[in-house]
Design a protein around this ligand. Structure first.
Ligand code: IMP
Length: 212
């Protein structure tokens, strides 16, 4: 069965990653722009999940299609979880990645290595054609470096040392495929894929057969 899903984002990188992670047979994706929607809702919830839900619901309501949205950010323990949902505009409205990274380094200047723990979080909200919701979350644990390293990726990647890379390389020092395999967004997409696959199997009666 063909299914059209609108991705509530105009970020080409995210769209490509979603398409490759959720390559279910018969699923077709379009962007908000392709679906003829040019307005974006205000993301004024207090959580990543709340903001992803606002974007997914708005896209579903505007198009009548199944919709998928994500919200993500960096949670730094020594800053009580900041910048969190404000990661994009940590250094002020319209600020650059460089300005965010400079502010983060400044705020952590006197924080010892052992206390520089942090994680990226990504929450995905998928709403099917009938309005039913599936939520998935992914994280990647790590810590904040004392200076920038690497030129790949975006955002806080040059400051983020993932534990899974033994703290030897930042996320900006790994190729995109390697990042997808360990990242918060990659983990959230893999979790969502499993949940949707399980729902499809149940809908086909597999749950009943197993119980019988
Ligand atoms: P959004 O979910 O695209 O709005 O992302 C919010 C902000 O979180 C971005 O602007 C980045 O500052 C930060 N962020 C989210 N994911 C990543 C990532 O994979 N690497 C680096 N920064 C990220």
């Amino acid at each position: 069965m063909r299914k059209k899903v609108v991705i509530a984002s105009n970020n080409a990188h995210k769209i490509a990653e979603i398409k490759s992670a959720l390559d279910f047979e018969g699923w077709e994706y379009c962007t908000l722009k392709e679906a003829g929607v040019d307005s974006e809702p205000e993301e004024d919830a207090a959580t990543f999940e709340g903001n992803a839900r606002i974007k997914a619901r708005a896209a579903h309501e505007a198009t009548g299609l199944a919709a998928l949205a994500d919200d993500s950010g960096l949670v730094v323990d020594a800053l009580g979880g900041r910048p969190g949902i404000y990661s994009a505009r940590y250094a002020g409205a319209g600020c650059s990645n460089d300005e965010n990274n400079t502010k983060l380094l400044g705020e952590l200047e006197s924080v010892a290595d052992a206390d520089r723990t942090a994680r990226f979080v990504c929450t995905l909200v998928f709403i099917d054609e009938a309005g039913a919701e599936t939520v998935a979350e992914g994280t990647i644990e790590g810590f904040i470096a004392h200076g920038l390293s690497g030129r790949q990726g975006f955002g806080y990647d040059p400051l983020f040392l993932p534990c899974v890379l033994k703290g030897k390389r930042t996320l900006a020092e790994v190729a995109q495929d390697e990042k997808n395999a360990i990242s918060h967004r990659g983990n959230a997409l893999r979790s969502l894929r499993e949940k949707i696959s399980a729902q499809a199997l149940c809908a086909e009666g597999a749950c009943e057969e197993t119980r019988a």
